[in-house]
Design a protein. Structure first.
Length: 385
């Protein structure tokens, strides 16, 4: 079976997104996909800035289901969570717009390359490293051009083989997507129950200091960061690896300073202030985060209280360059709270959902791990299909 090695430019082009003006962005409207929206091979719409539909955006910058995207700006390869060259597939039915510094693969030659095969080729760590090594600029703000991406060589087996390879790998992704849909439904169910309590119960204001204990993050030296998991704690500096619910581990630390325990709520205290996730593991937290734990064991209810108050990022906080919030400011925030009896009832119900979401999240981690072990072996031809 003959495999052909050619540059991506021979089978696809890459374009950068539309240059919107800052004044164009609104809280509601058509989502604009920025680099921050690229999360673990998916596009997260609930973190999108939006623009009015009256703005005329050329069709080539519209996104449709199945489009392959790549970040053209990020860090160098020392921090994989924010590395330049992250790849994702747009899986949504609704149309969004492509922002500048996010690349889109267009005009894929389907006589030479199956679109899903290109996507999985780009997901390989080897491909990511090749792209990241082309990046120019400072360590925390490196850039690649569409031409840099197009210059990467791709191994192309015959089309039937490409389709078989993509089919094997997509079976894992289909299971992952199904689990994500189940997680979303569980989240919505808990949110509806919380809103019902807020509407129907008598509420009293308490400060966060009354309701929870807090650990403010402190960053260890950068030379303690590593990609090695063994005997090291996951390390989170900010929101780069936040998901819809549980934070996902990409970077580790061999000399942690500040610790968040499994089940703690993580809260971003630097721009964007107010983004929230759980951790299901003991982790090291840097200066961009703090960790909360309910004083009376109502962790799930407190999570929803925080989500309600910080419905818009940067509700509180100040800073000359980045919005930030101090411990003193946070602890003074007042949250509307029902009786302990009501919170206890909510906790019992919500904990079952939390446990199921955790189980589904762990399943997805194992599915991704299995797929990623298989991926380079299929792409190299080591495993024939």
């Amino acid at each position: 079976m003959k495999w052909e090695k050619i540059e991506i430019s021979n089978i696809s082009k890459v374009i950068s997104g539309y240059a919107f003006k800052s004044k164009d962005f609104k809280p509601i409207g058509i989502p604009v996909i920025k680099i921050k929206n690229i999360k673990d091979e998916n596009i997260v719409l609930n973190e999108s800035d939006c623009v009015d539909s009256a703005i005329e955006v050329p069709l080539r910058f519209h996104l449709n289901k199945g489009d392959i995207l790549i970040s053209l700006t990020g860090s160098h390869i020392t921090l994989p969570s924010s590395v330049v060259g992250r790849v994702a597939k747009y899986r949504h039915e609704t149309i969004s717009y492509l922002n500048q510094r996010v690349g889109k693969f267009i005009n894929i030659d389907n006589k030479k390359c199956y679109s899903d095969y290109l996507y999985y080729f780009l997901l390989q760590k080897e491909t990511l490293t090749k792209i990241a090594n082309k990046a120019q600029g400072a360590a925390n703000q490196a850039n690649i051009s569409p031409g840099d991406v197009e210059g990467v060589e791709i191994n192309l087996p015959p089309l039937p083989t490409q389709r078989r390879i993509a089919s094997i790998l997509s079976a894992y992704d289909d299971l992952i997507e199904n689990n994500l849909r189940r997680i979303k439904l569980l989240e919505e169910k808990a949110e509806m129950r919380y809103k019902e309590i807020v509407r129907s119960e008598k509420l009293e204001e308490f400060t966060i200091e009354d309701l929870a204990n807090i650990v403010m993050g402190q960053s260890p030296p950068s030379n303690t960061y590593t990609e090695e998991r063994t005997e090291n704690l996951p390390f989170h500096q900010g929101v780069s690896n936040f998901s819809n619910y549980f934070v996902e581990h990409k970077t580790f630390c061999n000399d942690p300073i500040k610790i968040a325990d499994a089940g703690d709520i993580l809260f971003s205290v630097r721009a964007p202030v107010g983004r929230i996730n759980y951790t299901n593991d003991k982790i090291c937290i840097g200066r961009g985060l703090c960790a909360f734990r309910s004083k009376k064991g109502f962790q799930n209810y407190f999570y929803h209280q925080l989500k309600e108050f910080f419905y818009t990022e940067d509700v509180i906080g100040n800073g000359a360059i980045f919005n930030a919030v101090t411990k003193v400011e946070l602890m003074k925030v007042k949250l509307k709270t029902p009786s302990e009896k009501v919170q206890k009832e909510f906790e019992a119900e919500a904990q079952q959902m939390y446990d199921l979401i955790l189980n589904l999240t762990k399943q997805n981690s194992k599915l991704r791990e299995a797929r990623d072990i298989l991926l380079p072996r299929l792409m190299s031809g080591e495993i024939e299909v």
